[in-house]
Design a protein around this ligand. Structure first.
Ligand SMILES: Nc1ncnc2c1ncn2[C@@H]1O[C@H](COP(=O)(O)OP(=O)(O)OP(=O)(O)O)[C@@H](O)[C@H]1O
Ligand SMILES: [Mg+2]
Length: 252
């Protein structure tokens, strides 16, 4: 087994009185891809957003339990959430580039973090776009609007924007579900390639995608973590009847 990057212990997440995640525990391995699957409303996005404290932004949301990262509980009040979100980056279902140039999309947060030197910014832009497998397509139009890119290119730009912050963990919430099959395949290839450098947690409704790209799979159902194991086991011989029904498309 790989080294662990995150240890989730008895994590409960509430919206007001309503509990959306019911005391789950799971270890997440470094430099691996962990897929979160389960029917709509089972708590996948809630869990993902809690890891980098994006869920804090929702009024009435709160979390109990622990998410340990380098022995620090990310749910602690003392956490600097801005620094945390740099280290644990997130990409959403719908590509959400800023209405700025391709170049500025990547440098925006870097400048905010005090990096001003043009040569250094140029270097990070090139490196991030290369890692996101987008460089060749955009290198001659870096100062054109990001909104002129196709959906698949916009999503790779959002991934490049996250990479530029040099995160250790990347949280991907259905990152290719809004894309056409070719863009989807490119994003999938990219994710597999990224696991050399990052630990990736990906939410997907696409069972074949989960089985193709992930090392471990977690099946959620109404806020419970029903089954969590190596992906091959989940998809060929799940222990729980509900998992089997879900992956074979009988509900959800
Ligand atoms: N902002 C919110 N305020 C109140 N309740 C919420 C909020 N966001 C999610 N919930 C509730 O929390 C539960 C889990 O929702 P969540 O969005 O995490 O599910 P999901 O597994 O990501 O679903 P999907 O596959 O549809 O994206 C649901 O019952 C949902 O209604
Ligand atoms: Mg969701």
């Amino acid at each position: 087994m790989n080294e662990l990057i995150l240890q989730v212990k008895n994590l409960e997440i509430f919206y007001g009185e309503k509990r959306a995640v019911n005391g789950i525990s799971m270890d997440i391995e470094k430099n691996s891809i962990t897929a979160l699957i389960g029917p709509s409303g089972c708590g996948k996005s809630t869990f993902l957003r809690t890891i980098n404290r994006m869920n804090d932004l929702i009024p009435g949301a709160r979390a109990d339990g622990e998410i340990l990262y380098e022995d620090i509980n990310l749910l602690s009040e003392q956490i600097n959430v801005v620094a945390l979100r740099k280290e644990i980056g997130m990409v959403f279902q719908k590509p959400n580039p800023f209405p700025k140039s391709i170049y500025d999309n990547i440098t925006h947060a870097l400048k905010y973090n005090g990096i001003r030197k043009k040569s250094q910014l140029d270097e990070i832009v090139e490196e991030s776009l290369k890692k996101a497998a987008l460089w060749d397509e955009v290198k001659d139009r870096l100062h054109k609007s990001a909104l002129s890119l196709s959906g698949g290119q916009q999503q790779r730009l959002c991934i490049a924007r996250t990479i530029a912050m040099k995160p250790t963990v990347m949280l991907l919430d259905e990152p290719s579900s809004a894309l056409d099959p070719i863009s989807n395949a490119k994003v999938e290839e990219l994710i597999i390639d990224l696991k050399k450098d990052y630990s990736i947690i990906i939410v997907t409704h696409n069972m074949s995608q989960a089985s193709r790209i992930s090392d471990k799979t977690a099946f959620f159902l109404t806020g419970d973590l029903v089954e969590y194991n190596v992906t091959e086991k989940i998809f060929t011989n799940p222990s729980n009847k509900k998992t089997e029904e879900y992956i074979s498309g009988r509900f959800g």
